[in-house]
Ligand binder design. Structure first.
Ligand SMILES: [Zn+2]
Length: 95
């Protein structure tokens, strides 16, 4: 059984609408997309994807640093370490 996100009533996973409050349940695809987005925000894979997806690696690292400075992540220290390692690796390849 799943739970309605609005009123908490339990419902059959096959139903698309809550019988109690009338709220439409998010579809599985929407849930998966949300999950994926959340994961990309939190994981190293997402971090790399954002850096490599930026106009340039430098720009990507800059963006990550801005995100880091916004101080939203509790893995901030790890992120800082990864950025430092990334820049270091970049310098090594350039030299
Ligand atoms: Zn409901």
């Amino acid at each position: 059984m799943n739970k309605c996100q609005v009123c908490g009533a339990e419902h059959d996973p096959k139903e698309i609408r809550c019988a109690d409050c009338g709220t439409f349940y998010p579809t599985l695809a929407e849930l998966l997309a949300a999950e994926e987005m959340y994961e990309e925000q939190q994981t190293f894979k997402g971090f790399l994807k954002r850096i490599l997806g930026a106009e340039s690696v430098k720009q990507g690292v800059c963006n990550e640093f801005k995100l880091f400075k916004a101080g939203l992540s509790n893995t901030a220290l790890f992120t800082l370490y990864v950025i430092a390692a990334f820049i270091f690796a970049l310098l090594i390849t350039v030299i």
